[in-house]
Design a protein. Sequence first.
Length: 311
Amino acid sequence: MINQLIEQIKKTDAPIVVGLDPMLDYVPEQIVKKSFAQFGETLAGAADAVWEFNKGIIDATCDLIPAVKPQIAMYEQFGVEGLQAYQKTIDYCHEKGLVVIGDVKRGDIGSTSAAYAAGHLGKTVVGSQRLSAFNEDFATVNPYLGSDGIQPFIDVCKEEKKGIFVLVKTSNPSSGEFQDRLSDGKPLYEYVGEQVAAWGASYMGEDYSYIGAVVGATYPQVGKIMRKIMPKTYILVPGYGAQGAKGADLVHYFNEDGLGAIVNSSRGIIAAYKQEKYAQFGAMHYADASRQAVLDMVADIRSALHAATKN
């Protein structure tokens, strides 16, 4: 799957992923009203509105991007109906030829982690059959329970030719409370990055490992360090746009081949119509605003990478 992701990035010339992380207040009023008219002010109504909102954005951007990253919590808040919207979103993205990174941040021990891995990336035994559940192409995982929390995911990835992105240095302001703690003079995230590189060495695609890493764009100097520690690791980079990072902050996350990183933007794209910059589109044309936000993000990153290669 890492080979397919890279192929899609090359095809679109867009090393970005759209985070489908919808809050109900991102959804334009006309969509919410229509869903509530059909299902009432219920969890089913909210989930339907989210699904219709997602569909509009996917339709407007799928020819520009290689991948999407739905954050499962935004769907879980609406219960079973929300998870059905999550599943419909994954299936529809696959129909459109997009790689799906399930932002699920799972990670537990033993059989629990194995069940998470089967549910999101693998297959579950049901009687005489082995059935896929959510069927994402990649999943984000939390490494802080150690190798026995990660190994079941690696096992499933090898079986299904899928991949994971391991949390190394996250983009949120308080990430340093634990991730920056020093041990023998090195921050914890460096130890995690070294382990990700070691896990990845046992499961390589053509040029990059199926075992990726999450390193936030809000800490560009960390990105520079981690790129050296994990040269064959694909880095998923959150924090662009709404969290403050720009294209110029991202150049160190990429390798000299122009690959090695894929940059996420969530509300900066899906709620673009709410920004002053894209206000002319209005709520009725929210998806067109998202498309323009994608084009602007791609141009920003391309420009930054081009400037970096000239220096």
